[in-house]
Design a protein around this ligand. Structure first.
Ligand code: ADP
Ligand code: AMP
Length: 185
């Protein structure tokens, strides 16, 4: 977890390579559902462009289906839970199936996240990597997501990494958190 552009996708790819978790990005699952042209596509498209959080039932169902399709029992859930509804819905639907080890929080200043997203927007083709959507995504992040990270912090479940550093420095710390989580199991 972290703000938009904090490096979630980047670090998840490296965690997958090194530790063999299955990466499930809530944003990617929603974008796939949108691209499938299902009856939810238009609704998802609007939420993503506006930087708003898609209704929790939709996202949790997509995550659960993706987990059920997979033989692994080690999942890296990227970009979730993003608000209190996400968390409540996850607790209702998933508590009996999934044990949450910890929340990895990539901490990054808003100005740096904005710079990175504008740079990513030159090639990503994403409908939300533009100045207007980025502003809205940051507001959603501060108002809805940050309080959830704080809730996990209060429960002693957060590991924080300063992601305003080079890719290798950031992943160096991420790696340490995963190594210690794995050695504890
Ligand atoms: P998120 O999944 O949190 O939205 P990404 O992993 O896609 O973020 O990263 C956003 C952009 O910033 C990408 O273009 C990525 O290459 C770049 N990026 C990620 N981490 C770093 C870093 N530590 N330093 C510089 N650029 C980074
Ligand atoms: P991301 O790929 O993580 O940057 O997410 C892009 C967009 O997808 C967000 O701005 C939201 O509109 C939507 N989204 C991603 N994750 C979630 C989630 N957990 N719950 C609801 N909407 C989400």
């Amino acid at each position: 977890m972290g703000g938009p552009g904090s490096g979630k996708g980047t670090n998840c790819s490296r965690i997958v390579q090194e530790f063999g978790y299955v990466h499930l990005s809530a944003g990617d699952l929603l974008r796939e559902e949108k691209a499938s042209g299902s009856e939810l596509a238009d609704m998802i498209n609007t939420y993503i462009k506006e930087g708003k959080i898609v209704p929790a039932e939709v996202t949790v169902r997509l995550l659960k289906q993706a987990m059920e399709k997979n033989l692994s029992d080690k999942f890296l859930v990227d970009g979730f839970p993003r608000d209190i509804d996400n968390l409540t819905c996850w607790e209702k639907e998933m508590t009996e199936f999934a044990d949450v080890q910890f929340l990895l929080y990539l901490e990054c200043p808003e100005s740096i996240m904005t710079e990175r997203l504008l740079e990513r927007g030159k090639t990503s083709g994403r409908s939300d990597d533009n100045e207007e959507s980025i502003k809205k995504r940051l507001v959603t992040y501060i108002n809805s997501t940050k309080p959830i990270i704080d809730k996990f912090k209060a429960a002693g479940k957060v590991r924080t990494v300063d992601s305003n550093r080079s890719l290798d420095e950031v992943f160096g710390d991420v790696r340490l958190h995963f190594q210690s989580a794995i050695s504890r199991n």
